[in-house]
Ligand binder design. Structure first.
Ligand SMILES: [Zn+2]
Length: 434
């Protein structure tokens, strides 16, 4: 019987010696009355080993086990009186830290549940029959992430917080090689970040060999000032993103020439229809487009992607030219080698800069300006090409947490929450923070 209760309470791991145990259900609440067996215990003050039981003091400890009921341990805590020095003291409490009203088991369960980035504090509170305040308190007491030393390759990125927050974007820094978060800082403003980096010892900053950034001047400037030993690398996906924006704008301009201002796409001009319906042909990797027959409802037929592309590119010479130049850059970006890329790179910059399409001229200027940093993205470290790739998965998970977060009044907590649930190996403090 006792063993069954112990099992039910998930207390097997605590190796309890029980004197008395009872469960009572009052309304919906499980109360479990426990007295543990007497142990030989020495006085913590004088060390005298023969102490007498003085009395018992019940302690109510919240113990959230996975049942459909809130549960409490009513722990009949024994007090001793030392017959030598008169000191009065409690026996060792196996359920919780000395004066904690929440059991150790509950705390560990809460912290485990919070490892999931999709669960909010409130979700966990509801799961565990605790208040959100309690869950937050447990989190604050046991999780305090300390930034590890900066590794060889770091990624800089930002994440959008909210319109309402004082700082719209937070700065995110990750370890490229281990794909782990290094830190999150409440602002990506230049002066704020400057203060942040200034506080990191120069000797530590000098260990960084590569910094991957998007094409943002602030990051480049800060990297130059604070990381003089590091090469700056522009993430090639960001370059492609700009290129895609250029071709989207070109496609839309051309498409609009055929817009009959018709309410339904199906009855609009066929060129307009095709350019709109198959917009993704212009930005998606061609190999990734479905390789079977694709439905074209307006023509009541199905075509293979080869036919569709041929059709799309037959509509307008500018579009055809833009498409192939974009493809050339994309191919270059995927396959170029650091040591041999210069000729092709210069040619491409030239082509874009001298294009008759304004969007491509702008793109040409952009890649000319960032050329050395884009070139650095062809470098490989540990066989892996330098990029902000690790940030992608991290950022999407941060966004999930932001959706569930109730503002950013306590940014430090938000930071801990994000890093705790994404890195998975953040240590839980042995001694809770006060
Ligand atoms: Zn004593």
């Amino acid at each position: 019987m006792n063993n069954d209760i112990i099992k039910l309470l998930n207390l097997e791991q605590f190796n309890l010696k029980i004197e008395k145990i009872n469960i009572a259900k009052v309304k919906n609440i499980l109360n479990c009355y426990i007295t543990i067996s007497k142990e030989d215990i020495a006085c913590p003050v004088c060390g005298y080993s023969k102490c007498n039981i003085k009395d018992y003091r019940p302690k109510k400890i919240q113990h959230s086990i996975s049942t459909n009921n809130p549960c409490f341990i009513i722990y009949n805590a024994r007090r001793y009186k030392c017959t030598c020095c008169g000191n009065i003291f409690y026996e060792r409490n196996p359920f919780s830290k000395t004066f904690d009203k929440t059991s150790t088991y509950t705390i560990v369960s809460v912290l485990n549940k919070l490892k999931s980035h999709t669960k909010t504090f409130t979700d966990v509170a509801t799961d565990m029959f605790l208040s959100t305040t309690t869950v937050i308190k447990i989190f604050d007491q046991y999780v305090d992430f300390k930034r590890p030393p900066l590794p060889e390759v770091i990624c800089f990125d930002e994440v959008y917080l909210s319109r309402k927050s004082n700082y719209k974007y937070a700065f995110v820094m990750a370890d490229f090689i281990n794909c782990k978060l290094l830190d999150i800082y409440y602002s990506r403003h230049k002066d704020r970040l400057s203060q942040y980096f200034y506080k990191i010892k120069a000797s530590e900053r000098n260990n960084v060999h590569y910094i991957v950034i998007d094409m943002w001047d602030t990051y480049r400037d800060l990297a130059t000032i604070y990381f003089p030993k590091a090469l700056i690398v522009v993430d090639s996906f960001h370059v492609i993103k700009h290129l895609n924006e250029a071709i989207i704008s070109i496609r839309i301009k051309i498409m609009k020439k055929y817009d009959n201002k018709n309410d339904s796409l199906e009855t609009n001009d066929i060129y307009y229809y095709m350019l709109k319906k198959f917009h993704y042909f212009f930005i998606k990797e061609y190999d990734d487009i479905y390789d079977g027959k694709i439905k074209i409802p307006k023509l009541k037929t199905k075509w293979h992607k080869d036919e569709i592309r041929k059709y799309l590119l037959s509509i307008d010479e500018d579009l055809k030219y833009a498409y192939y130049l974009k493809e050339r850059y994309r191919e270059f970006s995927l396959t170029a080698k650091y040591d041999t890329c210069d000729n092709e790179f210069n040619e491409l910059i030239n082509e874009f800069q001298n294009s008759h399409l304004e969007e491509f001229r702008d793109f040409g200027l952009l890649i000319a300006r960032w050329k050395p940093y884009i070139k650095n993205s062809f470098i490989r470290v540990n066989g892996k090409r330098l990029s902000n790739g690790p940030m992608e998965g991290i950022n999407s998970r941060i966004k999930t947490i932001i959706k569930g977060a109730n503002g950013f009044k306590n940014f430090y907590r938000f930071r801990n929450r994000v890093i705790y649930s994404i890195n998975k190996d953040v240590p839980i403090l042995g001694t809770p923070k006060k």
